[in-house]
Design a protein around this ligand. Structure first.
Ligand SMILES: CC(C)(COP(=O)(O)OP(=O)(O)OC[C@H]1O[C@@H](n2cnc3c(N)ncnc32)[C@H](O)[C@@H]1OP(=O)(O)O)[C@@H](O)C(=O)NCCC(=O)NCCS
Length: 226
């Protein structure tokens, strides 16, 4: 299991001026930004974002609350949450899958021997959208997957209108997905996970190159224990 990927606050605490009250000083000691795996205690926050992002739009969502808890119990190391001052603003939940293509079983099962990470959901809190956070957490997550020894690729299914969004993150189209949900159909996409960073723990390769997408999350080059 991975250790928590520490993230330095990217907004430096302001230097309190002598006239600032102690209460305001305390407020600025809160961590501005943190990226860590989710746990079952985060499930409600996850589902609140899903409710707004999906259920209010289509009546469906990638993971219902019990399924969120299910995957955060079975494979929390395949999740990632981005918190701003303790508040969940974006997240990804994944599990392992062991076949070339996704089937309906992939919606509910975690296959610990699988080498494919099935990304069930990426979502950004409504008030934090259109700030680039979705691509940033996806990039961070894909970098993290390189540290997991048995992972060879990531796959996801998305509605067609999101294909350009995932292409920008490096995903390629696999084809139509066999899974349908009600009247919704999906495109299946994949991303190769190559160059396993854990094998180069002591080399410079572990130090992920600076990437513009990482700017708000300062500590992107931390080795991750697996
Ligand atoms: C889709 C989502 C994750 C995007 O995250 P975001 O942080 O708001 O992304 P941004 O708006 O900052 O956009 C980043 C880039 O993606 C593009 N993009 C965003 N949404 C897009 C969409 N629906 N279709 C095509 N491109 C899109 C933007 O144009 C932007 O491109 P640019 O950098 O070239 O300008 C977010 O809007 C969200 O959570 N939506 C609801 C849940 C959802 O649909 N999740 C995905 C399916 S599981």
């Amino acid at each position: 299991m991975m250790s928590v990927v520490g993230a330095q606050p990217f907004i430096k605490p302001m230097q309190p001026s002598p006239s600032v009250s102690p209460g305001i000083q305390r407020r600025h000691t809160l961590p501005a930004s943190e990226v860590r795996p989710l746990n079952t205690q985060d499930a409600i926050s996850v589902f609140e974002i899903e409710r707004e992002a999906f259920i209010s739009v289509s009546g469906e969502c990638p993971l219902h609350l019990d399924e969120v808890r299910h995957f955060l119990t079975l494979c929390p190391e395949l999740s990632m949450g981005w918190f701003e001052e303790g508040r969940l603003v974006a997240f990804i939940i994944g599990s392992l899958w062991d076949q070339d293509r996704l089937t309906t079983d992939a919606l509910t099962l975690h296959k610990p021997r699988g080498s494919t990470v099935h990304i069930h959901v990426l979502a950004v809190h409504r008030t934090f959208r259109q700030q680039g956070k979705g691509p940033i957490i996806m990039w961070r997550y894909l970098q993290y997957l390189r540290c997991l020894p048995n992972v060879r690729r990531a796959v996801l299914m998305c509605e067609d209108f999101l294909v350009p969004f995932y292409r920008k993150s490096g995903f390629k189209v696999l084809g139509r997905c066999a899974i349908t949900v009600g009247s919704l159909t999906f495109t299946e996409m994949w991303y190769p996970i190559s160059g396993h960073a854990y094998m180069r723990r002591n080399s410079e390769a572990i130090r992920f190159p600076q990437h513009p997408l990482t700017l708000p999350l300062a500590k992107t080059d931390e080795p991750v224990d697996v």
